[in-house]
Design a protein around this ligand. Structure first.
Ligand code: ZN
Ligand code: ZN
Length: 340
């Protein structure tokens, strides 16, 4: 059997390490992708630390922000060809048989969360942190021309989430969009909102991110919800950071009939004030990967140069260091592992 180098999470809470493992093959309906870049997501940290599990069994090759080149196609594959530049969609398929799957719903993250046995690349089957990964052909998207692998990788999860979240709020022309939390997701949400033509406001408690937020397209930068309210408020609040307490604060700046989109996974208590919410008819929306159409749109907007992920690039041999940067919240803003 051919071998490959893979970044493996050996056990719960253990650092990532490079191991020699068996290379996958393209089974029927699958493509074999030579991975060029793989982004590290906050979810990877939570899986490694045991805060989240999608049925993971260690040792595990994580990585759900994979992009690369198709090097082999399995039996029956007609939609992809050797040489295609592709990105990997996290949800490969639902089980097809459980009560949820029988409804015939879309392959988005609601299905990932609701199906009894979803197949999730880099979460419960081997992901893109190895040199090669096999996935179902229909769980790939063709990357637009002009978008580098290093920039495409973070868009496969966090960029996809950012654009999905904006669309979920259905902003109307002339509305104001605030992004709270300027990190891996927030720095992209800000750029997407600006690229879509909205007045954008960054909400960040980090003084060192104020200038950067302006560079990324923020028309206005405020420190908290009270300042947001004083500045005229926001019709849409995209909450991207991992603190529910911060939602309650930013909530003060949501305009009447505004929409709050929860996009960052958080584990602290979620408490929003009841009266301002019901009196002002404010909606709170959950949002993640809302359908592949939003992923391809997110990629296209970036290919046109309107959105550019800020990435730190690490060779495979430095994956453990890259992981630590993400776990410590120090990456600016997305760590990407590349395979030679
Ligand atoms: Zn992710
Ligand atoms: Zn199912």
């Amino acid at each position: 059997m051919p071998k490959m180098q893979s970044v493996v999470t050996s056990a719960l809470g253990e650092p990532w390490e490079v191991r020699t493992v068996e290379a996958p093959e393209a089974g029927p309906g699958e493509v074999l992708v030579k991975v060029h870049a793989s982004g590290i997501c906050g979810t990877d940290v939570w899986i490694t630390e045991g805060k989240l599990s999608f049925g993971v069994e260690f040792p595990m090759t994580l990585g759900h922000e994979g992009v690369g080149e198709v090097v082999a196609v399995g039996e029956g594959v007609t939609s992809r060809a050797v040489g295609d530049r592709v990105g990997l969609v996290t949800l490969q398929t639902g089980c097809g048989r459980c009560a949820w799957c029988r409804r015939g719903e879309a392959l988005d993250f609601v299905t990932a969360a609701s199906c009894e046995r979803p197949v999730l690349t880099g979460m419960n089957v081997a992901g893109a942190n190895g040199e090669y990964v096999a996935t179902r052909a229909e769980a790939t998207v063709i990357l637009p021309e002009g978008l580098s692998y290093e920039h495409a990788a973070p868009l496969m999860c966090v960029g996809y989430t950012a654009w999905s979240g904006l669309r979920r709020a259905r902003p109307k022309p002339g509305e104001r969009v605030a992004v709270s939390g300027i990190g891996g997701m927030g720095h992209l949400a800000l750029q997407y909102a600006k690229a879509a033509g909205f007045t954008t406001i960054a909400v960040t408690g980090s003084p060192d991110k104020r200038d950067l937020a302006r560079t990324l397209g923020a028309d206005l930068v405020v420190s908290n919800g009270a300042e947001l309210r004083e500045a005229g408020g926001a019709d849409v609040l995209m909450h991207t950071n991992s603190s529910n307490r911060a939602v309650a604060d930013a909530f003060q700046g949501v305009a009447p009939r505004g929409r709050v989109v929860l996009m960052g996974i958080a584990f602290d208590e979620f408490a929003v004030p009841n009266m301002p919410m019901l009196m002002n008819s404010i909606q709170i929306l959950g949002s993640a990967h809302n359908g592949t159409e939003y992923l391809t749109q997110a990629l296209q907007i970036a290919a046109e140069g309107k959105v550019t992920p800020m990435v730190e690039i690490y060779g495979q041999d430095r994956a453990a260091e890259a992981y630590q940067r993400v776990a410590d919240g120090k990456a600016r803003f997305r760590a990407v592992i590349t395979h030679a």
